[in-house]
Design a binder for this molecule. Structure first.
Ligand SMILES: C[S@@+](CC[C@H](N)C(=O)[O-])C[C@H]1O[C@@H](n2cnc3c(N)ncnc32)[C@H](O)[C@@H]1O
Length: 357
């Protein structure tokens, strides 16, 4: 008797190890909004969360309506089949191909992934060896598509014989394997923080580079020593850098940075600027209120800001900040777009992007 093919049963969310609880609470919140109930499996420091709706029939709705962009703590979102375990070391390819064919006829790409944990990273040698033979087998089976709209196959290995097979759709998932963008630290940048803003630009503006143009004007609050300012200067954007601390000399030599030693919570520019960026370490709700003041007052069109999270209730804190911003801008009649993401280069913090529409 032939067996029924497996069906997509859960959502697999990759996250920063240590943030499983936040990721799980958030997915519960978001699925509730779609009137879907289910349960989350979230082991501490596992680097992923599995959300399974009580009704498998709800999965198509989730896959259609749940927006990856609305999940702050998830680095990647994949719709997966039940776990494949005890793969034979003699032939892992056949069961993986069988699972893949239950997901879709063809795939644009195949990513072999693990959680972002030290244990899982030990699988990288195995994954490199497996990649070639699997790619050949997929091609021979006619499962590779050149169409960029085709789904991506994810094989998320828990160990070398246990794997979740799933798919994601470009446009509603992270564009990077493991949800991690690999950036090289630019040697002339004055601080490693520079990578946070570079990733934020890539993540939030990926397909809208026109929002960052030479000749634009920006204010950087909490700018010293200048990692974020460096990203703006690199794009030939003029910067007012606000901080009591010293700015990197080479950056000041660019001639397009003005350094003001004033309080970032009080400063407002004499004329509106294109960008506000803010990396001051303070209470998230204070930063949220600051961003509102700038946006509602018409002082900037775009804002990229970092919220340093408290030890506990981190998901609640983001919800609170989102509510502060949304309520105030709605009341002020300002049309806007707001997103939060815990980026790869964010630690105990998340990045927000707010744009006036
Ligand atoms: C995390 S560091 C910023 C690093 C910077 N983004 C970079 O890439 O080099 C935070 C900065 O915020 C500044 N800061 C904190 N409170 C401030 C305030 N009220 N006004 C201006 N700067 C402030 C601190 O002096 C510190 O330099």
């Amino acid at each position: 008797m032939s067996q029924e093919p497996p069906v997509i049963q859960s959502l697999l969310l990759y996250c920063r190890p240590g943030f499983e609880k936040e990721c799980a609470t958030e997915i519960q919140d978001q699925t509730q909004k779609l009137e879907v109930s289910g349960f989350s499996k979230a082991n501490p420091n596992a680097g992923y969360v599995l959300f399974t709706p009580y009704e498998t029939g709800d999965m198509p709705l989730l896959m259609k309506q749940l927006r990856f962009a609305d999940l702050c703590f998830a680095r990647q979102m994949v719709a997966v089949l039940p776990l494949l375990s005890k793969l034979s070391v003699e032939d892992r390819i056949s069961p993986v191909l069988e699972a893949a064919s239950a997901l879709s006829r063809q795939f644009f790409d195949t990513w072999l992934e693990t959680a972002d944990t030290n244990d899982a990273k030990e699988l990288s040698v195995f994954l490199r060896k497996f990649q070639g033979p699997l790619a050949r087998a997929m091609a021979e089976a006619g499962m590779v598509s050149a169409k960029p709209g085709a789904p991506r196959l994810h094989l998320f290995f828990l160990n070398s014989t246990t794997v979740y097979a799933g798919l994601s759709r470009p446009g509603n998932a992270s564009p990077w394997p493991m949800g991690i963008v690999r950036l090289k630290f630019p040697r002339s940048a004055p601080s490693r923080s520079t990578l946070k803003l570079e990733e934020a630009f890539l993540f939030f503006l990926g397909d809208e580079p026109k929002i960052l143009q030479p000749g634009m004007k920006a204010v950087d609050l909490g700018a010293a020593p200048g990692g974020w300012t460096w990203q703006l200067v690199k794009r030939s954007i003029r910067v007012i850098a606000v901080d009591n601390g010293p700015m990197d000399k080479e950056l000041m030599d660019s001639g397009i940075v003005e350094h003001l030693r004033v309080d970032g919570f009080r400063y407002l520019p004499p004329r509106p600027v294109d960008w506000l960026v803010c990396d001051m370490v303070d209470q998230p709700s204070r930063i949220a209120a600051l961003v509102v003041r700038w946006m509602a007052g018409g002082h900037c069109r775009h804002a990229m800001f970092n919220l340093k999270l408290p030890m506990k209730k981190r998901h609640e804190e983001i919800k609170r900040c989102r509510a502060i911003i949304e309520e105030a801008l709605d009341n002020a009649g300002v049309p806007f777009r707001l997103s939060f993401k815990q980026l790869y280069h964010d630690r105990e913090e998340v990045t927000g992007y707010l744009a006036r529409l």
